[in-house]
Design a protein around this ligand. Structure first.
Ligand SMILES: Cc1ncc(COP(=O)(O)O)c(C=O)c1O
Length: 398
């Protein structure tokens, strides 16, 4: 295992050596079921997959592709894919319905409406997941309580209230402690915990959330196949690792022996995946870390996706807020004639990391170790737009 400490970046080469078993549960069959559900939601449209040839040329790689999840429904982020699909699966289970045969309108227009309206969901969020849960609660006609960690910007709470009927409270707790609070409330009040991370004994609902994210992976793979583009490198941002784990499993299944090399990106102050991979066992980052990458500010990895990431990701990068700012400006300015894209702090972190590695001579050895050269085709997920509009403005325009 090689490790580099360069400026305020840490980079880890993950040679776990284990034969890379193809992870079950997050393949084509699960993705198809998720897409089938999402496609029934009013306003569904496949999100754009942009090619950035100007930036690729400037950075000396063969291609850069970015799936723009800021355009997902009206949510400015990918996260609603998971919350809505899990809510659908939970409701089907409560009503004893087969999710493969149940249509959205069977639930929203049929005789189950009254029963569904009595359901109350609870969750912790740093913003985007809660917005998705609130929106999904509106879609199904039920209620939700959302708790947010200390330091949350009011704009993020407001966006959740505006997305649907959820009641929102900003606590004085860290993200991990706020998850514990939501969990306790679910136990004492009988609310349904819909959390985008897992732990021992709480795995089914998070696995549905992860399966919901597969809609975006399957859309991207389908479009890349149609355009005859096979990505060589996949950059994925990590909070708890639910999204990265689901997507990596999907792409590993889809591309088999041609699986793209996977690089996981986290904030330096909350790099729980990096620390876990380095230790070869689950590790948490303690305290109340502060980073503008709010969506990635999580201290404990998701247990169900952890083995997938451990066995299938080749590199971990943890970097400072400047990394995200670099990515935000790169997307936002539309360099070298590429289409400009609005990308928020967590959404842009991966492009910032790649750009730093490709451009800064201090990272030459890392670039070589990652096999990044003029034949590389890099795939990014812009997981959010300007979810903190004030900070976005000050970073990109300031
Ligand atoms: C915009 C954005 N990107 C990435 C992530 C990371 O997802 P996960 O926590 O599943 O690793 C989040 C999580 O909230 C997010 O909001």
């Amino acid at each position: 295992m090689r490790e580099w400490l360069i400026d305020s970046y840490r980079i880890l080469e993950n040679k776990s050596g284990a034969p890379k078993a193809l992870p079950p549960g997050y393949g084509d069959a699960e993705a198809e079921q998720a897409i089938r559900f999402h496609a029934q939601i009013p306003g569904y449209a496949q999100t754009p997959l942009h090619s950035l040839p100007g930036l690729a040329r400037a950075l000396g790689v063969g291609g850069i592709y970015a799936k723009d999840e800021s355009k997902r429904f009206s949510l400015n982020a990918f996260k609603g894919l998971g919350g809505s699909y899990a809510m659908f699966r939970i409701i089907c289970e409560k009503l004893g319905l087969d999710p493969r045969e149940t249509r959205l309108k069977d639930l929203t227009e049929g005789p189950y409406r009254e029963q569904i309206s009595r359901l109350i969901f609870v969750s912790c969020t740093d913003g985007n997941h809660g917005r998705g849960v609130s929106w999904a609660a509106g879609l199904f006609g039920c209620r939700a309580h959302i708790y947010m960690p200390f330091g949350t910007r009011e704009a993020r709470a407001r966006a959740i209230r505006e997305a649907g009927p959820a009641r929102v409270e900003i606590t004085n707790l860290s993200y991990d402690d706020t998850v514990r609070k939501a969990r306790e409330l679910s136990e004492t009040k009988g609310w349904i915990l819909i959390q985008d991370t897992s732990w021992e004994g709480y795995e089914t609902i998070p696995s549905w959330i992860v399966q919901g994210y597969l809609t975006l992976a399957a859309e991207a793979a389908r479009e890349l196949d149609q355009r005859q583009i096979r990505p060589t490198h996949l950059f994925l941002q990590v909070g708890v690792g639910s999204m990265a784990g689901g997507l990596l499993a999907y792409f590993a299944n889809h591309y088999r022996e041609n699986k793209p090399l996977a690089v996981l990106v986290e904030p330096l102050v909350a790099d729980c995946l990096y620390q876990s991979v380095r230790a070869g066992a689950l590790r948490s980052v303690e305290g109340t870390p502060v980073t503008m990458m709010a969506g990635l500010n999580c201290g404990t990895p998701c247990t169900i996706t952890w083995p997938i990431l451990r066995d299938n990701a080749e590199f971990c990068v943890s970097g400072p807020d400047d990394m995200a700012a670099l990515g935000m400006r790169s997307y936002g300015k539309g360099p070298e004639g590429d289409p400009p894209m609005i990308s928020g702090e967590s959404g842009a972190s991966t492009l910032g990391a790649a750009r730093k590695i490709l451009e800064d001579p201090a990272f030459t050895e890392v670039k070589k170790a990652m096999g990044l050269d003029e034949s590389s085709r890099l795939l990014f997920i812009n997981t959010e737009g300007d979810t903190d509009p004030e900070n976005y403005k000050s970073v990109v325009e300031g």
